[in-house]
Ligand binder design. Sequence first.
Ligand SMILES: Cc1cc2nc3c(=O)[nH]c(=O)nc-3n(C[C@H](O)[C@H](O)[C@H](O)COP(=O)(O)O)c2cc1C
Length: 205
Amino acid sequence: MHIDSSPLAQASVSRQLTAAVVQAWQQANPSGEVTYRDVAAVAPAHLDAELLAVAKFGADQNLTPAQQAERALVDTLVDELLSADVVVIGAPMYNFSIPSQLKSYLDRLAQAGRTFRYTEAGPQGLAGGRKVIVVSSRGGKYAGTPYEAALDHQEAYLKAFLGFLGMTDVTIVRAEGVAMGPDAKAGALTAANTQIGDLFVAQAA
Ligand SMILES: Cc1cc2nc3c(=O)[nH]c(=O)nc-3n(C[C@H](O)[C@H](O)[C@H](O)COP(=O)(O)O)c2cc1C
C-alpha cells in the first residue's frame, strides 16, 4: 500500500520518491495490487473528545454521525494496513517531526486488540509480518550528525511507532538536505533513487 502525506503536489520530494518505490515494486510484482491513500488530500481530523470516544475508547452505541464516520474510518484504515504485504509511507520532516496529517492517520492505526495489545510481558505488536518502506524527505541533513538524536523526531518516531505495532522490518529511503541548494537537492534525489533501484532487486531476480 502507498501512503503520501506531503501537502505539496509536483514540488514534493517524498511524493516523487514514493511513486518511484511503488513503480519498482510493481515491476518486481507485476500482478500485485496497490492501495493508495493520500492523507494530505483527505486528512483524518485531529482527534477530539467526540471522535476519541470511538477511535480510542471503543464506544459503539448511540453514535453521532461524526462518530459513525470515525468508526468506519478506523476500521477501513486498520483493515487496509493489515491486508498489505508492503507499506510505503511518504514522510516529510516538518519541524523535526512529521506533518500533522500523517500523525492523524497514525492515530487511527494504533488500535488495542487489532494492531497491538498489552500482555503481562508488556506491549505486543499485532501488525508485524509486513515490510515498511519510509520515504524520508528533509530540508537539512541529520543522518550521522551529532545533533541527529536531538533533532530527528521523524524517522526515529516512525520507527518507534511502527515497531510498537510490530512492524520492525522498516527500510528508510532518505532524501535529505533538499533545501540546501540545487546541487544538494540533486545529490539527495540521486542517492534516494539509487537506494530505490536496489530495494526489490532480489525479488525480481
Ligand atoms: C512546514 C515545514 C516544516 C519543515 N520543517 C523542517 C525541519 O524541521 N527540518 C528540516 O530539515 N526540513 C524541514 N522542512 C523542509 C522539508 O522537510 C523538505 O522541504 C521536504 O522535502 C518536505 O517533503 P516534501 O517535499 O515531500 O513536501 C520543512 C518544510 C515545511 C514546509
